[in-house]
Design a protein around this ligand. Structure first.
Ligand SMILES: C[S@@+](CC[C@H](N)C(=O)[O-])C[C@H]1O[C@@H](n2cnc3c(N)ncnc32)[C@H](O)[C@@H]1O
Length: 223
């Protein structure tokens, strides 16, 4: 059995054992696929991890950068207490429309706001509007912009805010200082900025599973 097959089988086992059937989320993935969106949503057990992290954090205000079809957004929003809110940023209007329908079907439209446009434009607007501080920030969009997103995440945070960055392994290339891949360079700079930022305590963890070899970073704003 290949590594990939074994990872998938274990993920299937974990998901079928620990996660109840979820027709709304399953339909969200099917509709995203039917609309031609890339299969880049987090895996179900990773979605549940995000949900648990938001609950551990007691977060009421969540910011997501990179909505796609709203799959992770639904997991995040379901973790919120009454009155909680997710703002999710998406550049692609087709993705945003698929997400809007998925979120409506999940009966979460009252607690999720999708902002359509480049996150580099939406983030300063959020700050100008006084939309922050956010308690939990999930960065999952174009990786070359990760350093910029970290800067804005800090501006939109408070002491105690958790910042999660997805897809930080880049098939192992993240460890290559000579990589010319803009995604790898973006993630490396993102991690280096986190390390150099005295306000942050950060780590990163590799994962294997149905999405292959991947990983995420987790940071807490200290002051
Ligand atoms: C990995 S997918 C997000 C997956 C989603 N968080 C999930 O797990 O279900 C990345 C998304 O970021 C969006 N994106 C890419 N560049 C962007 C930008 N500059 N501003 C906002 N969104 C962007 C893409 O259109 C895509 O939908």
């Amino acid at each position: 059995m290949s590594n990939e097959t074994a990872w998938r089988e274990v993920d299937d086992y974990f998901c079928s054992t620990l996660l109840p059937a979820d027709p709304v989320l399953e339909q969200a993935l099917r509709d995203s696929d039917a609309a031609g969106l890339p299969p880049h949503a987090v895996a179900p057990n990773q979605g549940r991890l995000l949900n648990l992290l938001v609950r551990l954090q007691g977060a009421r205000r969540v910011l997501e950068i990179g909505t796609l079809g709203g799959y992770s957004t639904i997991w995040l929003a379901r973790a919120l207490p009454p009155g909680g809110r997710v703002i999710t940023l998406e550049a692609n209007p087709v993705c945003a429309e698929v997400a809007r329908i998925n979120i409506e079907r999940a009966e979460l439209a009252d607690r999720i706001e999708i902002r359509v446009g480049r996150a580099a434009d939406s983030l300063p607007q959020l700050l100008a509007e006084g939309a922050g501080p956010f308690d939990f920030i999930f960065i999952d969009a174009d990786k070359p912009s990760n350093p910029l997103y970290l800067e804005w995440a800090l501006k939109l945070s408070r002491p105690g805010t958790a910042i999660v960055g997805d897809n930080v392994v880049r098939h192992g290339a993240v460890a290559d200082p000579h990589s010319t891949d803009a995604n790898v360079q973006g993630v490396r700079r993102f991690l280096e900025l986190m390390a150099a930022e005295p306000r942050l305590s950060a780590t990163a963890v590799q994962t294997v599973g149905s999405k292959g070899w991947d990983g995420f970073s987790l940071a807490i704003v200290e002051t």
